[in-house]
Design a protein around this ligand. Structure first.
Ligand code: AMP
Ligand code: ZN
Ligand code: FE
Ligand code: FE
Length: 305
């Protein structure tokens, strides 16, 4: 786990003094995709962890954002709309985090709906493969358990555990679901350039999530030249050395810096909220960049209503 750099008494680009202990977590999941917490639980735990800003970045959905915005407001926490899209560039998988976009944007919602349909088909395909391997799981069981529009492999894994077909989620991934195993079905990905354009046309900023996990350093300059706004330097699975490396990459390419825990609730072990705290100075720079782009000079944070 990385240790974020100290914020100190820095000034943001916007000129706003940043308090010493002001931290953000800009990468969080809820049960609207493959997390296990409700948006209210995410907000509550973020508040307990002392966060000043949070974003909900569920996979291929913005459904939880309105509830999360409301819960954050009640707790005195700043909220920014977000989502995580699985994309690819030059045959490399990258995860793109969109922030500040209009959650009602028609083009964005239409694209999200397409991906949700593909996710549903992928579940049917995974279950069919499991059945062929003699594992008696029903697709309906997965959909009932997932109870959301963005079902994924973790839901299949949880269903296998629930039905007593695997002892743990790790076993489910190891035996059936990880790449190359019998029930693995590749995920449909949007082109990274299309995803960036989609987020931009909806008024948002596009950030590459956890570059250290996707082993895609060589494509960062290309994407930066094509509109990528930032990179997630701080992440649960980035070591301090990796975070430092990406801070250097961001400085060199003039990219914004973000960070988040990528907490999925209990679905991948213990909840991670609070484990990664992005110093407020980076949040202020992100916000200032959005405001400059939108020409709104400080009015809207793009929170869902
Ligand atoms: P998908 O997007 O449907 O391909 O599923 C990917 C998700 O499965 C990611 O959030 C991974 O972190 C998660 N995942 C991968 N391996 C495991 C595991 N052993 N236990 C729990 N979740 C996992
Ligand atoms: Zn996830
Ligand atoms: Fe991701
Ligand atoms: Fe994530």
């Amino acid at each position: 786990m990385n240790s974020p750099v100290a914020a100190g008494k820095a000034q943001s680009d916007a000129g706003t003094p940043v308090p010493d202990a002001f931290f953000a977590d800009l990468h969080l999941h809820s049960l609207f995709s493959d997390g296990t917490f409700t948006p209210e639980e995410v907000a509550e735990r973020g508040s307990e962890a002392g966060l000043g800003v949070m974003s909900l970045t569920d996979h291929d959905t913005v459904e939880g954002c309105a509830r999360m915005a409301q819960a954050c407001q009640a707790l005195g926490i700043e909220f920014v709309v977000g989502a995580e899209l699985t994309a690819e560039f030059k045959e490399k998988e990258v995860h793109l985090l969109g922030y500040f976009f209009d959650p009602h944007n028609a083009a964005l919602l239409a694209e999200i709906e397409k991906f949700q349909a593909v996710r549903k088909n992928r579940i049917f395909e995974m279950v069919e493969r499991l059945n062929k391997a003699g594992i008696a799981l029903r697709a309906e069981t997965v959909f009932e358990l997932a109870n959301c529009r963005s079902p994924g492999r973790p839901h299949v894994a949880r269903a296998l555990v629930q039905e007593g077909l695997c002892a743990t989620m790790d076993e489910a991934f190891e035996r059936f679901l990880k790449k190359g195993r019998c029930a693995w079905v590749p995920k449909c990905k949007i082109s990274a350039l299309a995803a960036i354009a989609l987020v931009h046309q909806a008024g948002g900023l596009a950030v590459m999530a956890h570059p250290g996990l996707n082993h895609c350093d060589e494509i960062i300059p290309g994407l930066a030249g094509q509109g990528l706004d930032g990179i997630e330097c701080f992440h649960t699975k980035h070591t301090a050395k990796m975070s430092k490396r990406y801070l250097n990459v961001a400085a060199r390419l003039n990219l914004l810096v973000t960070g988040g825990s990528d907490c999925h609730g209990h679905s991948k072990g213990k909840p991670l909220i609070g484990g990664v705290k992005l110093p407020g100075v980076y949040w202020q720079k992100l916000k200032a960049a959005h405001q400059a782009r939108a020409g709104c000079g400080g009015a809207s944070l793009g929170a869902a209503t």
